[in-house]
Design a protein around this ligand. Sequence first.
Ligand SMILES: Cc1cc2nc3c(=O)[nH]c(=O)nc-3n(C[C@H](O)[C@H](O)[C@H](O)COP(=O)(O)O)c2cc1C
Length: 172
Amino acid sequence: MDFLTFAKERYSVWSLSDRPVEPEKIEKILEAGIAAPTATNAQPFKIWALESEDAREKAASTTPCAFVKGAPVVFVIGGDPGKAWKRPFDRHNFADVDAAIVATHIMLEVHDLGLGTCWVGFFDPAKMKQLFPQMEKYELVCVFAVGYPAEDAAPSERHALTRPREELVETL
Ligand SMILES: Cc1cc2nc3c(=O)[nH]c(=O)nc-3n(C[C@H](O)[C@H](O)[C@H](O)COP(=O)(O)O)c2cc1C
């Protein structure tokens, strides 16, 4: 399958089965995240793989997105502004940009493995850091609830919606 077909085929999976995710697949997901490019190769990111029931439940309690609860494995991704590249012109800190690239690699690897996930940005980072003190210094960019798609999983109507091309692309 060519990349464009693959990228268009991926969709946000909001309905997961309770089938466990094999450890080899979790390892591949982590490997895909680690392979992501970062500014100056600073690698200022951290991927937390929440496998225990206790950790997964804690993460689920930080978001109103109900589908996170009960997911076989949950990933949280963050960037450390203290380690990230700062653009000299405006001191822009690339921690969340780098973390978002890592997250995108993970999202696509999940799809490639026949699993499903949805990028969750709607969570309370303060509560997450309170529950997981090791996340304190990070900018947390996303939570992924990962598992095998449930039988009724299907793309939402929003999946196919795109703004007009001329609004999104300007050729100069
Ligand atoms: C940065 C980001 C944050 C998102 N946050 C949430 C979220 O908190 N809850 C949710 O249900 N979906 C969330 N989504 C999923 C988007 O709604 C979804 O990607 C979009 O509607 C397009 O659908 P598709 O992923 O099926 O193509 C998020 C996606 C992105 C990229």
